[in-house]
Design a protein around this ligand. Structure first.
Ligand SMILES: CC(C)(COP(=O)(O)OP(=O)(O)OC[C@H]1O[C@@H](n2cnc3c(N)ncnc32)[C@H](O)[C@@H]1OP(=O)(O)O)[C@@H](O)C(=O)NCCC(=O)NCCS
Length: 205
């Protein structure tokens, strides 16, 4: 689908982006969602990379957003390596499956390569992210902070060999640990939306 452009998010877009994120994630991974609060809080953390906070605009409406934040891989010798966490990424449900998500992700990747950044890490659908070159983190001997590996834990080297010699545990910013009481408070600033249990949910409750 032709979008008008992909550009940096501006302060006046913040509310629209949070509304869009809420629509995209609602009932998808749990009844309701937390990602609109995550977006709200992420912008205020030092880990947030504001030069990599993009919105997709279609007919002057924000229909997609992607954000990146600084994260760490720590090895056994206390070596620290900076990588980026991809996400949240969201496309408004009315505009999904039209290529906008792919355009946002590819745009992010190109900008990160230009900046010489090393690698992206995310938790997401292998089926979706493989198309951008993401592979299981296990291939680089990278584990979660509590030492796990699973299919959804994926890594992309931003240039060939960028992760050579780097392995260990991955730590995303603490902002990703969302307090459900804070979500309930934040929800009061949005029009009421009913929560449902759906088959797509990994974290029901
Ligand atoms: C994931 C998301 C950003 C993709 O954006 P999009 O504009 O719909 O994606 P595109 O049009 O570029 O690509 C669509 C393709 O991705 C697939 N896809 C989208 N989400 C997927 C998912 N969670 N798992 C597997 N495949 C997925 C579609 O089935 C479609 O496949 P096809 O190309 O084989 O037909 C969007 O669907 C979204 O906002 N989803 C809700 C929020 C979310 O899950 N974000 C990612 C969290 S890791």
């Amino acid at each position: 689908m032709n979008i008008d452009n992909i550009r940096l998010e501006r302060e006046e877009d913040f509310r629209d982006t949070e509304v869009l994120t809420r629509e995209a994630f609602w009932d998808l991974y749990r009844p309701g969602c937390v990602e609109h609060l995550l977006v709200h809080k992420l912008r205020k953390t030092p880990a947030f990379v504001k030069e990599l906070d993009f919105v997709a605009v279609c007919n002057h409406r924000i229909v997609g957003n992607i954000m990146f934040s600084r994260a760490m891989i720590l090895d056994e010798q206390q070596g620290k390596y900076e990588v980026l966490t991809l996400g949240p990424v969201s496309v408004h449900p009315e505009f999904q499956k039209k290529g906008i998500g792919s355009q946002l992700i590819r745009h992010g990747i190109v900008c990160e390569r230009e900046k010489g950044l090393k690698a992206l890490v995310l938790f997401g659908s292998p089926e979706y992210y493989q198309r951008f070159g993401f592979v299981n983190a296990k291939e680089f001997n990278i584990r979660t902070s509590d030492g796990q590996n699973f299919d959804a834990f994926m890594v992309l080297e931003l240039y060939n060999g960028s992760l050579k010699g780097i392995e260990g545990r991955y730590f995303e910013d603490s902002v990703f640990q969302i307090d459900m009481r804070e979500v309930e408070e934040f929800e009061k600033g949005f029009p009421y939306k009913e929560k449902h249990i759906t088959p797509t949910q990994l974290f029901p409750g």
